[in-house]
Design a protein around this ligand. Structure first.
Ligand SMILES: Cc1cc2nc3c(=O)[nH]c(=O)nc-3n(C[C@H](O)[C@H](O)[C@H](O)COP(=O)(O)OP(=O)(O)OC[C@H]3O[C@@H](n4cnc5c(N)ncnc54)[C@H](O)[C@@H]3O)c2cc1C
Length: 498
């Protein structure tokens, strides 16, 4: 008998979503991630749980409708990680006609299956607070709803849930060889240690690496179905004083988002450039940074330039190219290709997808494999992710409750912990009655207790795992504080600097 029913390559949102869904159906699952969870594209997105207003221009109504429906399903499943966000779309007649925009937004609202999120309205920018940050020539705007998520934590919490349902999650474990017979025999390299496991079914959820995986581990020449596109973001100090985002129509016809981020910052993105090469080595270029600053400078009173950028990151979208369409028409939907051969173990390859549609993608992946795993039923549409078992608008109440139970926590600290851990924050804080009970302090309210929790429960191994994927405290810690964190993580629990 094979060691596992399902082996999944890739610890991004799609791999972890499939692992969670499959483990909840009582399948024996192993997930292999060569680096940290969410170290690929899934931590470099614009972090929107959205239908994608601009995909309406490409007539992708099916994708938009399905993605819009996921917004409220995910918001209810993870109200700590996901929050409703209103978008201000300043009217710029030189770019798109207001009538066209109004019709697009009507359609967005109409197909949007909204129970929670409010609909579109028009704004007078002369009187509305959203106008204060903008240049005086913008008089009117539309305002509509989507959601914003912590993309990397969404990945990690899917992995946590999968593990609690029995899945084996192996990070820093690269699958270097996949040999096919009646089962899959997978050769793994875990930081120099060789290991071999077997599985009945293989899922290639390696995202932008999926063809590279086919070439190097499967040793086949894959049909060229992937198109890779690079997208970059920049983060600057806060550009405006409210909690709505802006969607700006750029000069090249694209849209650029300016989103309130981590309380004191604004996240600006994205670009869209054809990409070839190794997706592990992807950085924003000066030209992309100038492009994003230019889009902001056209609309905002405060001018920004490269010197104002406090953080920049890039990721690679993998888009499914069925060969039938022109590059600009290649959609953002996903494709699941099942490779079945008589007498040989099957393989499912995941192409494309979005953070927004990962849950549905996982459900479809399991449906594609249903003849191998009968008696399994979809279950994720009404099930909370770890810590998300509270009402969708209950963050403020949970913050208040937390401050009553842990009186030593400052308001911002309590809110950050609620946003990250939801109802599980008590597992992070334990029986602490004073801040000192939480151990070492690294700066920006990060404590030893939290880091130990992340190491034991969420597979964090390095300072980067903690500072950029389990949190965004990398925006706040100084180099000396990061060095202290590195030393702490390298020391055994209970050791001299624990
Ligand atoms: C700039 C940009 C903005 C975006 N904005 C949004 C947005 O706002 N909303 C939205 O819904 N979507 C957005 N997306 C899309 C979304 O981010 C991606 O669709 C999604 O993250 C893809 O997830 P994935 O799991 O397929 O890939 P990844 O997250 O890249 O995961 C694949 C993983 O496979 C691992 N791997 C590869 N080879 C091996 C191997 N041999 N062994 C073990 N592990 C291996 C890699 O290390 C990687 O971690 C955006 C994408 C980009 C690039």
């Amino acid at each position: 008998m094979a060691d596992f029913d399902l082996a999944i390559i890739g610890g991004g949102i799609n791999g972890c979503g499939i692992a969670r869904d499959a483990a909840g159906r009582r399948l024996r699952v192993v997930l292999l991630e060569q680096n940290d969870l969410a170290s690929g594209t899934s931590s470099a997105s614009s972090k929107l749980i959205h239908g994608g207003l601009r995909y309406l221009e490409h007539y992708e109504f099916g994708l938009v409708r399905a993605a819009l429906r996921e917004r409220e399903i995910l918001l209810r499943a993870a109200p700590h990680l996901i929050r409703p966000l209103r978008f201000v779309l300043p009217i710029n007649e030189a770019r798109r006609s207001p009538t066209l925009l109004r019709l697009g937004l009507l359609l967005y609202d109409w197909i949007g299956w909204r129970r929670i999120l409010p609909g579109t309205r028009e704004l007078d920018l002369v009187t509305d607070q959203a106008g204060l940050a903008l240049k005086a020539r913008f008089h009117h705007a539309f305002e509509y709803s989507d959601c914003f998520a912590d993309d990397a934590r969404l990945v990690v919490l899917n992995a946590v849930d999968a593990a609690e349902r029995g899945a084996v999650i192996r990070t820093r474990t690269r699958c270097v060889r996949a040999e096919r017979s009646d089962v899959w025999r997978l050769v793994l390299n875990a930081r120099g240690q060789r290991d071999v496991i077997t599985a009945r079914v293989l899922v290639n959820a390696a995202g932008a690496w999926s063809e590279l995986f086919a070439e190097t581990a499967l040793r086949v020449t894959p049909p060229r179905r992937l198109r890779l596109d690079k997208g970059s973001h920049i983060v600057v100090r806060r550009l405006f004083d409210h909690d709505r985002a802006y969607i700006l129509q750029a000069a090249d016809g694209r849209v650029v988002f300016a989103i309130p981020f981590e309380r004191d910052f604004t996240l600006i993105g994205t670009t869209d450039r054809a990409f070839t090469g190794d997706p592990s080595v992807v950085l924003p270029t000066g030209e992309e940074i100038d492009y994003l600053c230019g889009a902001v400078n056209e609309y905002f009173r405060t001018e920004i330039g490269a010197a104002d950028v406090v953080w920049a990151f890039a990721g690679v979208r993998s888009l499914y190219d069925d060969g039938a369409r022109k590059p600009q028409d290649i959609g953002r939907d996903y494709a699941l290709i099942l490779d079945e051969r008589f007498g040989e173990a099957p393989m499912l390859t995941v192409y494309g997808g979005k953070i927004t549609t990962y849950r549905r993608l996982a459900e479809h992946a399991l449906a594609r494999l249903s003849h191998f795993f009968p008696h399994s039923r979809p279950w994720t549409a009404h099930s909370a992710l770890p810590g998300g078992d509270f009402v969708y608008d209950g963050v403020d109440t949970l913050v208040e409750r937390t401050q009553r139970s842990f009186r030593f926590l400052a308001a911002d600290h309590a809110r950050r912990l609620v946003r990250a851990y939801g109802t599980r924050l008590e597992r992070v804080l334990g029986t602490a009655t004073r801040l000192d009970d939480l151990g070492m302090r690294f700066g920006a309210d990060l404590t030893g207790a939290e880091v130990r929790y992340l190491m034991t429960t969420e597979w964090a191994q390095t300072a980067d795992d903690v500072l950029w994927r389990r949190s965004k405290l990398g925006l706040r810690l100084l180099p000396a504080q990061i060095a202290m964190l590195e030393r702490f993580m390298a020391s055994p629990p209970g050791g001299a600097i624990a």
